[in-house]
Design a protein around this ligand. Sequence first.
Ligand code: NAD
Length: 464
Amino acid sequence: MTTDLYHRFDRVRAASRTLPTPGLAERRKLLSSLRDMVLDNAKPLAAAIAQDFGGRSEAETELVEVVPIMNGIRHAMSSLPRWMRDERRHVSAAFQPAKAWVRYEPLGVIGIIAPWNYPLYLALGPLIDAFAAGNRALIKPSELTPAFSDLLARIVADRFDSDRVSVITGGPDVAQAFSALPFDHLVFTGSTAVGRHVMRAAAENLTPVTLELGGKSPVIVARDYSIEKAARSISFGKFINAGQTCVAPDYVLAPTESAERLAEAVLAAAQQAYPTIQTNDQYSNIITDRHRARLQAGVDEAIAAGARVLTHPDATGPNGKMAPTIVLDPPMDGLLMTEEIFGPVLPVVRYSSLADALAQVNSRERPLALYCYTDDRKTRDTVLDGAISGGATLNGALMHVVQDDLPFGGVGASGSGAYHGRDGFRRFSHARAVHQIGFVNVFEKLGPPWGGLARTTARLLTRR
Ligand code: NAD
């Protein structure tokens, strides 16, 4: 398997080093082939993902994976002429006459390692930006979505030359060999723990990395905001894909006096969205038994510590889907408040003042997303100034991720580097500095040997 991996890598790398830089027309052609490939296969892709999950809404996959890919491609195709334009830069008086500009050039071969939770969007989202920037790519999807990964490998091979983009399937051993290849840039989307291995492997090759990791994304519900409105929105963001979303609200900070009402309102909103769970094909299953057991252990531990647990009436069976579960007053040193949850369990923690809520957020690693519900400008600014996160949505959940003109990425333990739109184009481009000397080069005229004119010039240029 790894021989095949090396062979495929050599093919794309050789092409990136010998074939000319693709121009605007070729990049647009690649992007439109990608769009056609996804549209022609949207239904089988959604069906394969549903099969891998043992149940996931195909409509949801189209809405949250296919639609953002289409939007990203459309945005890139129309913005490319602007993104690709050389950027004129200033030349100071000392270096005149001359011109300076920046050219955005392809890096070469981009490695893309994707997770299982949104397998299509997180494999092809980085590819949009890689193509827009004129690169070639190798993609390694997750071993936890085998039906999807095999289908992706097939349709990519049917649509694109193997020296342009190729999909490598396999388990952690293949992933490890993949991350050790001398890519020109490596994008890893996955857990913080594996992110550390990827960064170490990339360092051996001096390969720059973009790490799209996870973490505990908090929600702050301010005192001025409607509990019912906040609850509906939190329920939407949390229970889509049964909470298996990197930017899902991980825990909620609610004012002491309304925390209970908020917990009940979130559960009520979940019941309205998903009246049944076990036989509901619109509600996602948990990807593996191991993940289900991990989530259940967190809930059991909270119950033992005296937390109040509110559960959907159609709650989990032995091998069933895990129902929306709200945990009020969880133990702060327990699993639910120390590890990323990544499932349909929502702790609700009380705060007395905004400063207290922000201290809670800042006592943990910097999160990937932060959500704040408030109509008060001052409160909004206090929250944004008071806690750093990769991105933020105000009075809603998840939506900053799918804005084509906003960078998407984490900060600190939730990741580094960002992509999407212009930021992705730049991330996968080399900003090449070009300086063109005019009709005379003063510095060459001065010497060496350095004489009086050189000394006078130095004096003039270092004047206060
Ligand atoms: P994971 O880290 O277990 O796996 C991700 C990918 O890494 C898989 O393709 C896997 O094959 C590969 N991999 C495994 N071991 C490897 C190794 N030693 N070297 C290189 N690659 C290796 O993550 P997951 O369980 O698939 O996804 C869940 C995590 O991803 C959560 O933490 C979630 O927050 C995060 N996530 C982040 C984003 C984001 O955009 N920031 C998006 C989705 C998920």
